[in-house]
Design a protein around this ligand. Structure first.
Ligand code: CAA
Length: 261
């Protein structure tokens, strides 16, 4: 376990658990926290012992209640742009991390918090969690990817409604519109996130990594480009030991034991 000023990092077997830890400010993301997250992601990215990452918030009330408003209050236009660019870069690092990333949303996921959850691959929410992009109430649009990832996840009409009204929705509604994958009780949240991580870890790691890369590539590209990329990674996986093991195990009617090679 390691503890920076605003983050806690635990490695539980092959699962890396990042906890945003500023509970007094409802885990709001200030520049220091984003810098710590950026550095931690670099370490995790190069650590092959970490197979899946879970991101959650400290305390029972908030996942992350947004970017830190007290810090942003006096920003100039240039400072705002640079803060936005940095937050976007950190969240893109999450999106492009080789390991799958699960957001365990334990409470408010507002503004930058909703954007953080959306940069993760999978979102599991406690039934007390609340989601929204309330930035327009503060005189700004979302700045850490919300205008881009929200419509990709829930479609343009629903995204525009949430962005224009700043409405806060509960976990059930977030599930209904496809913003979260699953809703659990608060007590079961981490167990559920770990169970999802374990299930993913039982699959062939390189194949999982290639799924993530191909989905990300495809969402940023025209269909033919995404399909061409898929054919490449599909082919590449036939050069892995895990493809041999997976298909041999099927033919031999036994459970595959993958090695990540
Ligand atoms: N930034 C800084 N501090 C925050 C914060 C934030 N985003 N959200 C909450 N806090 C602080 C509060 O100021 C308060 O601090 P004090 O105890 O020192 O007064 C503490 O956390 C507890 O918050 P509340 O007393 O407000 O708690 P509540 O239960 O009454 O309300 C809440 C909870 C509805 C989440 C409310 O705190 C809230 O509306 N927070 C702001 C949500 C928001 O607008 N987020 C978007 C930020 S902008 C953004 O994220 C831009 C971007 O896209 C990058």
């Amino acid at each position: 376990m390691s503890e920076a000023a605003n983050l806690i990092y635990q490695q539980d077997g092959a699962i890396g658990i990042i906890t945003i830890n500023r509970p007094k400010a409802l885990n709001a993301l200030n520049q220091a926290t984003l810098h710590e997250l950026d550095q931690l992601l670099d370490q995790i990215s190069g650590n092959t012992a970490v197979k899946v990452v879970i991101i959650t918030g400290s305390g029972e009330k908030a996942f992350v209640a947004g970017a830190d408003i007290t810090e942003m209050q006096s920003f100039s236009a240039i400072e705002g742009r640079e803060f936005g660019r940095f937050g976007q870069a950190v969240f893109s690092k999450i999106e492009n991390l080789p390991q799958p990333v699960i957001a365990a949303v334990n409470g408010f996921a507002l503004g930058g918090g909703c954007e953080l959850a959306m940069a993760c691959d999978i979102r599991i929410a406690a039934n007390t969690a609340k989601f929204g992009q309330p930035e327009v109430s503060l005189g700004i649009p979302p700045g850490f990817g919300g205008t881009q990832r929200l419509p990709r996840l829930v479609g343009k009409g629903r995204a525009q409604e949430l962005l224009f009204t700043g409405d806060i929705i509960d976990a059930a509604e977030a599930y209904r519109i496809g913003l979260v994958n699953k809703v659990t009780t608060g007590e079961e949240l981490m167990t559920s996130a770990r169970a999802m991580a374990e299930k993913i870890m039982a699959r062939a790691p390189i194949a999982v990594q290639m799924c993530k890369a191909a989905v990300n590539k495809g969402l940023d590209s025209p269909l033919p480009v995404g399909l061409a990329y898929e054919a490449e990674v599909f082919g590449l996986c036939f050069a892995t030991a895990d493809q041999k093991e997976g298909m041999t195990a099927f033919v031999e009617k036994r459970k595959a034991g993958f090695t990540g090679k």
